[in-house]
Design a protein around this ligand. Sequence first.
Ligand SMILES: *[C@@H]1O[C@H](CO)[C@@H](O)[C@H](O)[C@H]1NC(C)=O
Length: 441
Amino acid sequence: MARKDLFVGRGKKMGGAFTAAPALALVLLVALSVAATANVGDSCSTAVDCGGGQWCFDCQPEFAGSSCVRSAATNPFQLTNNSLPFNKYAYLTTHNSFAIVGEPSHTGVPRITFDNQEDTVTDQLNNGVRALMLDTYDFKGDVWLCHSNGGKCNDFTAFVSELDVAISLVMTDRVSEPNEPALDTFKEIEAFLGANPSEIVTLILEDYVHAPNGLTNVFKASGLMKYWFPVSKMPQKGKDWPLVSDMVASNQRLLVFTSIRSKQATEGIAYQWNYMVENNCETSHPLLSIYFFCRSTFLLHARDSQILLITDGDDGMDAGKCSNRAESAPLNDKTKSLVLVNYFPSVPVKVTACLQHSKSLTDMVNTCYGAAGNRWANLLAVDYYKRSDGGGAFQATDLLNGRLLCGCQDVKACSVRRETGHTCFLPPCASVDLDMMLCES
Ligand SMILES: *[C@@H]1O[C@H](CO)[C@@H](O)[C@H](O)[C@H]1NC(C)=O
């Protein structure tokens, strides 16, 4: 790549002209400026070739080669301000945040199930993920994060049928069961909140813990209670949430939602669907969900086995449809002031996540806006959040924040708009291109 050649060439020249230390400083400077100028979409061989907040990733190995793609979210609180209600911002959300590739088994029994993410919860938070979806279970006298079904966590798995295993072997790099004590993950979240006093983290628990105060005990043991945002402050009847700045000032920066209704009364943990609506983007059958993900047509190829399938979507998973999940009120029920949009198949498919996070994700975000009664999603949940051919889930979140905060296609335009007094040029909801979308006088 030309940029890399330039860097090497200059480095050598400087090395000859100056003593070692200044030469090194200059090389570092050049390296920094090179990094700063690398754009999303530039070809690369490693992340070093890319700019800050990017990594080097190959979306479609046999077609394009690796390129710099985004790996970090824009922080809307820093870019604009945090003086609006919590529900006026959008937050990148990871589905099964704990189901991490290569995570060692904590049970001593090899794990056999799917992974949904590829880096640690700490890395996810540092990259700007602000909401985590976790499945909590009673297990071994404690609370664990598991992949399972039937509400029971197992030493290896209850979730995986033979068909699922076969699919996962083809579609993912490895199979593993991401069981781990919830305490470990909660401690990571506690460390992040401690180190980042202006940030708010939301936990959405698919909750199978029935031990009395089981969850509460783990929250206490992890040190997270000091950040707890109380149910009593959560808005009823679709009112706005408190201001982010007030939540930060009061240090109530952890929102926790459970899928068990009774826990709101017994443990003070908010029942998720009292406060948010949520779409249903999954098909019930894993095989169908692979073939007919929320997109009418897509290209599916398995990296190693080089299977190439081109399919047409089924009626239930059309790109143009966004309907509520069974537990949720209809998406356009405005008595719930948070909107959660899920965009992942029942079985995480690593090789297609990239394509799904490209154009079709933006389409779904726009579709769900209409379905939610012209409300932009506050929470956008994906698998493999860093996989895309450019902006992916990060760009989709920028789109949401742009729309929510200033009516622009990209939150990065909000500050420009404010400084110049220009109004936004709003093309039809389509792919987002910062150059195209910026401001006109
Ligand atoms: C904060 O940002 C929003 C969105 O850009 C803007 O509407 C509002 O005026 C800003 N508030 C302050 C106090 O700057």
